[in-house]
Design a protein around this ligand. Structure first.
Ligand code: SF4
Length: 500
């Protein structure tokens, strides 16, 4: 996850524009927020733990005059949730000052740190590592070129493995990069007066008055400077293999975002309609779990002819629960997040549509809440297949032991959650519902087919671990069992359901 943003607009209030852009990307990361602003001579960075609106106020933004800016909202994967890991990352090398915002997660962080001879503690996150590698490169031959930052990036980028979109700037330019698999989205927009904007998702363009130009291709780099936009391909052609995270459609992205040219809201509606065809049920009301389950519920209701309504009210000011970095905070988040709408659900047989079940914490509590509020039956319909494998490309799901569907059969899940029936959308139907079936997707958390090999020593604290990363740990065992060809998996391409 994480949201990244960049704006090249000499003469405009770029700090304010970046604030608005980050605000529109807040759903992608809620642990810290920051921005770097250049007045063409110096780069200044402000970052802090918390939401965008907690970190910046008008006074802070007014004190950041400039012409170019980048920003980031963070959701931690490699490297803990702490101030040191807030972004943008900053380095100064001679006269050159640069800042970097990252969305994604590298899978060769430990290897790169070893190769560069970094002692434990030199850097604290994969993004910090990239900043350090680029800075070291700037002491070498890259410093002799016309564009040292670009040259250094071109040396470092092909060495990175995993998921990465970057928004990087120095005093006079912004460089945007999307990895060769394009795991995470990145789009280019244009301001009316000729400025340019980069953002993880296109709704960030609307709030700053920019128009959507296009999505960056997997493996593409754009340089935005006084010449306009220049597109480069810094990676080997063979490494370019589109694998956009299918969960961007299911859950992560905003409903008004376009991915592979398809509107996410419409894709979610199609997922719900496919689910209604695949797993019909007699019921009085179809309701969605706010917010990302609602479009799929709409599609289910339309397809099934059952009335659509609301059964849960979400406290809009609580963060997404599985994004919170600790189990304790997650559990607290569930209780604070949803409240039943008793008048709508008492005495009714409910179809409850949700986008996914990862750990099951929220779902179990929610089903109990609906029953307490008087629902006579609760039939769960999930608009994605069972989530059985950990993600290493930008979502912190922990180990397999924490994933409900990796440890229980669908019938056991129904029993654990306490619902009357449960059904998951089949994998093929999910791909079809995106509207971009042949565009290329990562679905590793649903199938175990990882597009990039995962080293056995990968963990959130791989950089802090130092010497320990060479020893097999409990986590390493958990991951190696994940990628073992002998690991047992139910056929993930088949729809799965259970009822009491
Ligand atoms: S493993 Fe799942 S969540 Fe992670 S990038 Fe792939 S599809 Fe997305």
């Amino acid at each position: 996850m994480c949201g990244i943003f960049g704006v090249y607009a000499p003469g405009r209030m770029v700090a304010h524009l970046t604030y608005l852009g980050l605000y529109a990307l807040q759903h992608r990361g809620q642990e810290s927020a920051g921005m770097a602003v250049s007045n063409l001579e110096d780069v200044m960075v402000v970052k802090e733990m918390g939401l965008v609106s907690n970190v910046f106020d008008d006074r802070a933004l007014t004190s950041l005059p400039g012409d170019i800016a980048i920003g980031q909202t963070r959701y931690s994967t490699t490297g803990h949730s702490q101030w040191r890991n807030a972004q943008p990352i900053y380095r100064g090398v001679g006269d050159l000052q640069f800042a970097l915002g990252h969305n994604g997660n590298l899978v060769n962080t430990g290897e790169l740190a070893d190769e560069a001879g970094m002692l434990p503690g030199t850097v604290a996150s994969d993004s910090d590592l990239v900043g350090e590698l680029v800075a070291r490169e700037l002491f070498g031959e890259s410093s002799e070129t016309d564009n040292p930052l670009l040259s250094a990036m071109q040396v470092i980028l092909p060495k990175l493995k995993g998921a990465f979109c970057f928004s990087v700037m120095d005093q006079t330019q912004i460089i945007g990069v999307r990895d060769p698999n394009g795991f995470r989205p990145l789009a280019l927009g244009r301001l009316d007066d000729g400025g340019w904007v980069l953002a993880s998702e296109n709704p960030a363009f609307d709030v700053v008055g920019a128009t959507f130009v296009r999505e960056l291709d997997p493996g593409e780099m754009v340089i935005i400077d006084e010449q306009g936009v220049t597109s480069l391909r810094p990676f080997d052609e063979e490494s370019v293999d589109p694998k956009l995270c299918i969960f961007e459609y299911v859950y992560f992205a905003r409903p008004d975002t376009k991915l592979y040219g398809q509107n996410v809201h419409q894709a979610r509606v199609r997922m719900g309609a496919a689910l209604a065809e695949q797993a019909p049920v007699d019921a009085d009301l179809v309701m969605g779990v706010p917010e990302s389950g609602i479009p799929a519920a709409e599609g289910f209701a339309k397809q099934s002819g059952i009335t659509f309504g609301h059964g849960l009210v979400k406290n809009r000011y609580i963060g997404r629960t599985f994004i919170a970095p600790s189990q304790e905070l997650r559990a607290l988040g569930v209780r604070m997040k949803l409240n039943p709408l008793r008048e709508n659900i008492a005495g009714k047989r409910l179809v409850v549509v949700d986008d996914s079940i990862v750990r099951g914490t929220t779902t179990k509590a929610m089903v109990a809440m609906l029953r307490e509020a008087g629902a006579t039956e609760v039939h769960l319909r999930i608009s994605s297949p069972p989530y059985r494998w950990p993600c290493f490309y930008g979502m912190d799901t922990g180990t397999r032991s924490e994933l409900l569907a990796a440890n229980l059969t669908v019938d056991e899940i129904r029993e654990y959650i306490g619902c009357d029936s449960i059904s998951y959308l089949g994998l093929e139907a999910l791909h079809e519902a995106t509207g971009a079936i042949n565009a290329g997707f990562c679905d590793a958390c649903l199938t175990g087919n990882y597009p990039i090999d995962i080293p056995v020593n990968l963990s959130k604290n791989v950089l802090e671990a130092g010497e320990e990363r060479h020893q097999e740990s409990t986590l390493a065992t958990a991951i190696s069992s994940t990628i073992s060809p002998t690991a047992s998996v139910e056929n993930p391409t088949q729809p799965t359901e259970a009822s009491s």
